[in-house]
Design a protein around this ligand. Structure first.
Ligand code: ADP
Length: 347
């Protein structure tokens, strides 16, 4: 059965009162005169109905509105919130059911809000923890080298230059972390606008290879550009350069002596599928779902030795996302890793 509205309650109650008064009047007339005057009895019943409906309707409305106002005040703290105002509620509808529904929606909204806030809080705590951890290592190293130099190492020709170089490498690492943080913050807050232009992919990759050539030679990893000359895509050159440099650096850092890293492309409709693959140490399947998270590392010790900031792939993902694409990774431990993403083709 559908719940009664306040107006229906008033109507039914007034009808009951009118019937009782009519019945009472008719029976007293019958007892006194031996007959019933239907007109006066009817008029009395109609009058009783009208008056009792008016009185009941007025008090019931006030009662319901006062109660609802108290509820609204409690949940909204007196401010206008997602709920409407009690004055706007229609008394010819199932008003209590309506309030109940609104309360349930409101409670569910608040629950989601709290969940989001808790999630953000956890994320923030984790981020600061990770950041402190990342900064600690280079600072600790730099401090160690400087102290050793101050405590006599400076006069020792055998170590002074070496320690200074190591301290300098530590500063470089700190600098890289700060630069990457700056970049990721800008990407996440949307401050960094992309400058999408017609880009020669082959030339861009050649340039990226040049800038990591020395490190690649040192580690004995061959970086190959298999993209045909003249392959044009729509991209932000600087950001895309950053993507390739990051992927190449990783392929070198986690590659093996005599190994390779290569970039190949394939045309799919009006897009170009880009594949950056290496035959390095690979990544276990349990790490793949979290690989693009900030500061996520596979086996912390091996990676940290290589001096990355742990933000490289998070930045790469942001840049590729900003190009309207998605980056995915396939990998097998001991066999190698492949990163794949699409770019829009240009003519
Ligand atoms: P990092 O600064 O540590 O290199 P990244 O975000 O670039 O940070 O990479 C995250 C982790 O993913 C690395 O620490 C490494 O363990 C793993 N990784 C990334 N690229 C490769 C790859 N080509 N081969 C093997 N492992 C990789």
């Amino acid at each position: 059965m559908r719940p009664l509205t306040p107006r229906q309650v008033s109507l039914w109650a007034a009808a009951l009162v009118a019937a009782l008064i009519g019945l009472l009047a008719a029976s007293s007339q019958f007892l006194l005169d031996g007959a019933v005057d239907p007109i006066s009895t009817g008029l009395l019943a109609i009058g009783a109905f009208g008056i009792s409906f008016g009185v009941l309707w007025y008090f019931l409305q006030r009662f319901v509105q006062d109660r609802i106002r108290a509820i609204y005040k409690a949940v909204q703290g007196g401010r206008a919130g997602s709920l409407g105002s009690p004055e706007k509620l229609r008394m010819d509808e199932d008003v209590l059911g309506e309030v109940n529904r609104e309360m349930l929606d409101w409670a569910s909204e608040r629950r989601n809000e709290i969940k989001g806030l808790r999630e953000r809080e956890r994320f923030r705590r984790e981020f600061i923890g990770n950041l402190a951890h990342e900064l600690k290592t280079p600072i600790f190293n730099i401090q160690g080298y400087i102290l050793t130099l101050l405590e006599g190492g400076l006069e020792d020709e055998k170590v002074n230059r070496d320690f200074l170089q190591r301290a300098s490498a530590g500063v470089e690492r700190l600098n890289k972390i700060v630069e990457d943080l700056d970049m990721i913050t800008k990407l996440e807050s949307g401050i960094m606008d992309l400058n999408i232009r017609r880009t020669d992919l082959h030339a861009l990759i050649d340039e990226a290879i040049k800038s990591i050539e020395i490190r690649a030679k040192e580690k004995g990893v061959r970086v190959m550009n298999l993209v045909p000359p003249g392959k044009l895509v729509k991209a932000d050159e600087d950001r895309l350069m950053h993507v390739f440099m990051n992927l190449f650096q990783n392929a070198i850092n986690y590659g093996r002596e005599g190994g390779y890293c290569r970039v190949a492309v394939e045309d799919i409709d009006d897009e170009v599928l880009v594949e950056v693959s290496d035959d390095g140490i690979g990544i276990g399947p349990e790490h793949l779902p979290r690989l693009f998270e900030r500061f996520y590392r596979v086996g912390s010790s091996r990676s940290r030795n290589e001096g990355g900031s742990g933000l490289g792939l998070a930045i790469v993902k942001h840049i590729i996302d900003a190009h309207g694409s998605t980056i995915t990774v396939k990998s097998e431990e001991g066999a190698g890793t492949t990163f794949v993403f699409n770019l829009k083709r240009s003519r």
